[in-house]
Write a protein that binds this ligand. Structure first.
Ligand code: CP
Length: 318
């Protein structure tokens, strides 16, 4: 099996509970990955994903190889039948097969390039690796999804929730650079698969792809969204629309998360995937408050990765 997106999870609640059990006993399956190797390929920067995925694999007894492919690998061609007489030195057809010979799982981080919306939304890089690799593929954040982050976030909400149906709000916040929609897309997808009163709030022009919005309530009124919320999950993303895809069209500081806004909630927990720009996305007083879960979220990245790798290893052995 691959862990590409939520469709690779047979039962989300079971995965969450198993991840929480792994957190209590991280070395319980330390022989499962013995003599197996995971290769982590990074086309983009990372702190949490890089270290937590390594930690997860080591907890399962695996060998780990890491490559900063974006900085140190050959530039890859993805097109069919291309005459490769320009800047691209190697085709993914060879690269994926070659890497597969060195490892039992290949994990890939490859963000949206914002060059071509169709290529991004067709998951050009991850789909090419899944097509040509002969080993399972683990998604460490692709062009349009971050399933390890979203699984982490569901684990974290489960640990801190004391309601049958909590109100969970995904709020846009300003950022000076154009960021991918991946974290917001996956958070929305996993929140829709959970028993939440789920609300998305963003300025006009920042509508997400409807396939991820699903049954969520959507409002451009952030204060209304925050009323009675139990969890505030904050993230910047750039527009999905054809007209403004991957551009910055709004930096309104009034969307920043402040103590005054958090006071409108039901003592909500504050969540963000990190890295975060303090006093642009969120005020110091909020992220430093007792309601902030950001460090606990980052810790749970290990156990989200560990349950995903464990499931893949079990599928290999079967
Ligand atoms: N949240 C997250 O994926 O962090 P990194 O980009 O540092 O891996």
């Amino acid at each position: 099996m691959n862990y590409f997106d939520i469709n690779d999870i047979d039962n989300l609640s079971t995965w969450i509970n198993e991840a929480i059990a792994l957190k209590a006993k991280p070395l319980a399956h330390k022989l499962l990955g013995q003599d197996k190797t995971i290769c982590l390929l990074f086309f983009n920067n990372s702190l949490r994903t890089r270290l937590s995925t390594q930690k997860a694999a080591m907890n399962l007894g695996m060998n780990v190889m890491v490559m900063n492919f974006g900085a140190e690998g050959w530039q890859l061609e993805y097109g069919d039948g291309e005459v490769m007489d320009q800047g691209k030195s190697e085709h993914v057809i060879e690269a994926a097969q070659v890497v597969s010979q060195y490892c039992d799982i290949v994990a890939i981080r490859a963000f949206a390039k914002f060059e071509n919306k169709k290529d991004d939304y067709q998951e050009q890089v991850l789909n090419a690796f899944m097509k040509y690799a002969s080993v399972p593929v683990l998604n460490m954040e692709s062009a349009i999804g971050h399933p390890l982050q979203a699984l982490t976030d569901m684990i974290t909400i489960t640990e801190h929730n004391n309601k049958t149906k909590p109100k969970v709000v995904l709020s846009w916040a300003p950022h000076p650079r154009a960021l991918p929609q991946a974290v917001a897309n996956s958070f929305a997808q996993y929140a829709n698969a959970s028993d939440f009163d789920f609300v998305i709030t963003h300025p006009e022009g920042y509508e997400l792809d409807p396939q991820f919005v699903g049954k969520a309530t959507v409002t451009n009124n952030q204060e209304e969204a925050f009323k009675d919320a139990d969890f505030i999950y904050v993230k910047n993303w750039s527009p999905f629309s054809d007209e403004n895809y991957g551009k910055v069209i709004n930096t309104d500081p009034n969307w920043r998360i402040t103590s005054e806004k958090m006071a409108m909630t039901n003592n909500a927990k504050f969540m963000h995937c990190l890295p975060v720009r303090r006093n642009v996305i969120v005020d110091d007083a909020v992220i430093d408050s007792e309601h902030s879960l950001v460090i606990k979220q980052a810790n749970n990245r290990t156990f989200a990765a560990q349950i995903a790798i464990k499931k893949i290893l079990e599928s290999i052995d079967n």
